[in-house]
Design a binder for this molecule. Structure first.
Ligand code: ADP
Ligand code: MG
Length: 448
């Protein structure tokens, strides 16, 4: 079996054994990079994933691998940046582009990556409020907006902006204790502390922090224990006027199973969103990245990229990197035809790339329900609404017929489907929150 197939087979089995949220968190962006003798090396995107896979999932992974290939006796995990992986896909040795250079420079104390600064954060109408609020916080931590809550879809610059604040504060207030943490790391810390009866110690440790930056807090959804401890950590810092900065892919009120008291704390500060970048800003971002990497492409090519990567800046950058790599390897600037060919298989074509299952999965994930719960007949409020949204999306995105939609949801009548679709279409026009929720769900539908 090829490496890719082998890993796909492993993932397929793991997916059934752990929760979708855990699966997405720990197995996204992993792959087998080598298989020699009895040893398999799996690349993971960061140190947290590495620790987590080693400690929690190694046994399971090894068992499955061994069942697929008896020779395999050992699995190792290696942190590997996106850049390295892209290069590997293009069959280029990683040394060719000094990848991971920045990853090596991540500050061990703050967890901040120096590559994320305000200087290289391009501002446009879609993110100017968030950028201005972040800048104000960076200039007077703990004094203006507390907490600062940044939200927006995947790949739109939340982590960049959060870390830019951290880096800027570090530059101007060198004595301040700054900590950047993905929420999964906070959860892991708290779970471990509870297990080892060290919760007080943990709280004391977090109590030393002057600037706490917590990324992707939607992952706290449903984690009651973590939320409870975090509530105390939060209050302790907040009362001492320490700065707290949070990010999420949605508004606090749209995070399912978020404790009321945390929600109201999050809403008590400044909330700023990052939307989708307009065409001009996408081109400006491409130009800035080109300058950074000392490369140059025609406007025609930049416009082509900007038109085809609209919803995710990470993917926009990825497309550009692919062309830069081509240029370096071949010592030749690609023309439009070559650029199109190089990007063909990474350009999303929405019509083709979604189906019933993806829509159900994305809606269920967003509202923290299982797919089964979403599809079954239930009058519970937490289920009725997501179900109506799923029906609406099936109609909008796949043009499914009403009777078909009705049938799929435990044999409901087509009038139920019509009612759901009409209700949601109407509400979207009236409620910005709902419109945003649906746009984030759509990102999920088309990115997975
Ligand atoms: P998120 O955390 O929202 O998923 P990231 O902050 O990781 O997104 O951003 C994805 C990539 O896009 C990063 O490489 C980041 O540097 C880049 N990026 C995002 N927004 C901007 C921006 N406004 N200007 C320049 N680069 C950006
Ligand atoms: Mg992020």
């Amino acid at each position: 079996m090829q490496k890719e197939e082998l890993w796909q087979a492993v993932l397929a089995q793991i997916q059934f054994q752990i929760s979708p949220a855990n699966f997405a968190t720990w197995f996204k962006n992993t792959e087998i990079v080598s298989k020699k003798g009895g040893e398999v090396i799996v690349s993971v995107p960061n140190n947290f994933s590495k620790e987590w896979l080693e400690n929690k999932y190694n046994k399971l992974i090894l068992k499955i691998l061994h069942s697929l290939d008896e020779e395999i006796k050992e699995v190792k995990y290696m942190v590997c940046s996106q850049a390295t992986r892209t290069l590997q896909k293009l069959k280029i040795s990683p040394e060719a582009e000094q990848p991971g250079l920045y990853e090596l420079k991540i500050d061990r104390h703050t967890n901040l990556n120096p590559r994320y600064t305000f200087d290289n954060f391009i501002v446009g109408p879609f993110n100017e409020l968030a950028q201005a609020a972040a800048w104000a916080v960076a200039k007077s931590p703990g004094e203006v907006y507390n907490p600062l809550f940044i939200y927006g879809g995947v790949g739109l610059g939340k982590t960049h902006l959060l870390q830019a604040v951290g880096n800027e504060i570090q530059k101007n207030f060198s004595q301040k204790v700054i900590k950047y943490l993905p929420s999964e790391k906070l959860t892991a810390d708290i779970v471990n502390a509870i297990k080892n009866r060290e919760v007080e110690g943990l709280k004391a440790k977090y109590g030393q922090i002057d600037v706490l930056i917590l990324d992707d807090i939607q992952f706290l959804a449903g984690k009651d224990k973590t939320q409870e401890e975090f509530f105390h950590i939060f209050n302790n810092l907040y009362e001492k006027n320490k700065q707290i900065i949070l990010s999420s892919d949605r508004l606090p009120r749209s995070i399912p199973a978020l404790e009321e008291r945390l929600r109201s704390r999050f809403e008590g500060g400044m909330i700023a969103d990052i939307g989708l970048p307009d065409f001009e800003t996408r081109v400006a971002i491409l130009k800035a990245k080109l300058q950074e990497k000392k490369a140059d492409f025609s406007d025609q090519i930049l416009h082509f990229i900007a038109e085809n990567f609209q919803r995710n800046i990470r993917e926009l950058e990825g497309a550009l990197n692919r062309l830069i790599t081509y240029q370096k390897l071949n010592n030749q600037t690609p023309d439009l035809e070559i650029a199109k060919a190089l990007l063909k298989n990474i350009i999303a074509s929405p019509q083709k790339s979604t189906n019933f299952k993806k829509i159900i999965r994305a809606v269920a994930e967003f509202y923290d329900l299982s797919e089964k719960e979403l599809l079954q007949a239930s009058r519970k409020k937490e289920i009725v609404r997501p179900r109506q949204i799923a029906m609406y999306l099936l109609r909008e995105e796949l043009k499914c017929s009403y009777p078909f939609i009705g049938r799929k949801f435990s044999g409901k009548d087509h009038t139920t489907a019509i009612h759901a679709c009409e209700k949601i279409s109407k509400e979207i026009k009236e409620s910005e929150t709902l419109a945003e929720e649906i746009s984030i769900i759509k990102q999920g539908i088309y990115s997975g």
